[in-house]
Ligand binder design. Structure first.
Ligand SMILES: [Zn+2]
Length: 111
């Protein structure tokens, strides 16, 4: 069973297996991982995983991004940023940077 993330008619992303880079926990579903930090970008849905065991937040490199309607996706991402006031993440790189920042924040909270 693969994890599937879908934005109707715009984009979809699949992940076969997730391995936590921190504690090595493996999983193929959302029992061991949460995905609430997942972002939609111009490049597609970038799934951001948080490990339930150790709390590590990461972007799994096993995900396969598919964009169905690039123009519609771009519009939806821009509109969503306007509606919610949230930062717009244009691509994978931006999401990855943001994820590293989240991890640093999380770790500095612990100490
Ligand atoms: Zn972990």
């Amino acid at each position: 069973m693969a994890l599937k993330f879908r934005l109707r008619g715009l984009a979809e992303t699949f992940i076969d297996e997730i391995t936590c880079p921190c504690c090595g926990k493996r999983g193929t579903d959302d029992t061991h991982f949460t995905t609430e930090n997942t972002r939609v970008t111009f490049e597609g849905i970038i799934v951001v995983i948080q490990c339930n065991s150790c709390g590590e937040i990461f972007v799994p490199n096993t995900q396969r991004l598919g964009v169905i309607d690039p123009g519609g996706l771009k519009e939806a991402v821009e509109q969503d940023s306007v509606d919610t006031g949230d930062t717009l993440f244009p691509d994978y790189k931006a999401v990855k940077l943001h994820t590293e920042k989240l991890n640093l924040l999380r770790k500095s909270d612990l100490h």
